[in-house]
Each structure stands twice: as C-alpha cells, then as structure tokens.
Design a protein around this ligand. Structure first.
Ligand code: AMP
Length: 189
C-alpha cells in the first residue's frame, strides 16, 4: 500500500496517519517528524531546516526529497508506506513519481477543513511552531505551494476526499471508507 495523506497543516493528517499505520502495519513517513528529529539531533539538515520551520515556511525541495528517497529505499518500506506531509510541492510530487517508477502512489486521501477550524486546532496542539502568525503563514504557503497537488492527483484519478470536520473517530471511519474504495477499485482494474 502506497498512500499519500494530503491536506492543510493542522487538519489532523498526523493523527489519522498514526491510526492507519497501527492498523495496516505499514511505514509511517512524516517529513515533519524527520525534520524535527534532525533539529533535535543538531545535524546540518536540522540547522538549515529550523529557521524555516519556525517561520512556517517550507524546507527546500532538494533537502526534503533526499530525506524521503533515502527512507523509501530501505527494506522496511517494501511492504508499503504512508506519506504524511510529503509531497508539499509539485517538484516533490514529480520526484516521488520518479523515485517510485512503476510502483507509484495508489491512493491520495485529501482532508478538507476550513482555515478557522485549523487555527483553533493547531493552537491546541502546543507545538513550538504553532503560534497564530506561524499557523497563518503555513496556511498561506499551503494554498500557494501545496494546493495545486489536489488537481494533479485528481487528474490522475487517485484522489479521495475526506471531510475532516468531525471527531478523530468519525474522520477515521471516513478515511477507512475512502481507502477501501480506492484500493478495491485499483485491484479490479
Ligand atoms: P508538519 O509536521 O508536516 O506540519 O511539518 C512541520 C514543518 O516541517 C513544516 O511547516 C515545514 O517547515 C517542514 N516540512 C515538513 N514537510 C515538508 C515538506 N514536504 N517540504 C518542505 N517542508 C516541509
């Protein structure tokens, strides 16, 4: 199973990702988590990424792409993976396609949630990069850089939309149903 979770930062992707990987036994690949680990480790990557993350901006494509390519090449990714927070730009999406070759992305779950609800939820998360100006900057960057991926994946027939306004349990049910539709359809084809 090769799945991408797409949606604005703060829509609940990470929470749903954790539930999905626990159930499906696939690898959870969150570029945000990898970057936070690099920052905590004080590596060169972390040093470059930190100011951008703190400002709600994107880390340069080549750095993030390198991170993901290295991770999906490892043996534990062979059974499948769930990408959470990647791709975030068209360049990243192209690099992912190129890296996966014939075994491309099978499903893209797109979480839909309004800006005000995102701000409310993000402020409750307590992450250091979750101040209101940074949250609003992340949303602006999302609209400009990441939103175009919706049309791209819809055009490829991979997109499944999920209303993310409900509780975690409610959204989990919708996510499961969306994936079942997508993956069953894929098998029939
Ligand atoms: P997240 O945990 O997904 O909200 O990511 C936290 C921060 O890490 C983002 O605000 C970006 O600064 C950075 N980041 C995570 N994933 C990516 C990505 N795919 N491309 C560029 N920057 C990213």
């Amino acid at each position: 199973m090769r799945i991408v979770l797409l949606g604005p930062p703060g829509c609940g992707k990470g929470t749903q990702a954790a539930r999905l990987v626990a159930r499906e036994g696939i690898l959870h690949l969150s570029t945000g988590d990898l970057l936070r680990a690099a920052v905590a480790a004080g590596s060169e990557l972390g040093r470059q990424a930190k100011p951008l993350m703190d400002a709600g901006r994107l880390v340069p494509d080549d750095l993030v792409i390198g991170l993901v390519k290295e991770r999906i090449a490892r043996p534990d990714a062979a059974q499948g993976f769930l990408l959470d927070g990647f791709p975030r730009t068209l360049t990243q999406a192209d690099a992912l396609d190129a890296a996966l070759g014939a075994h491309g992305v099978e499903a893209v779950v797109y979480f839909v949630l309004g800006d005000e609800e995102i701000v409310r939820r993000s402020l409750g998360r307590g992450r250091t990069d979750d101040t209101e100006p940074v949250i609003r900057e992340r949303l602006r960057v999302y609209r400009a850089q990441t939103q175009p991926l919706v049309a791209r994946y819809r055009g490829k027939g991979l997109l499944e939309e999920v209303d993310a306004t409900g509780t975690v349990d409610e959204v989990e049910i919708l996510t499961k149903a969306a994936l079942a539709r997508r993956l069953a359809g894929g098998r029939v084809r």
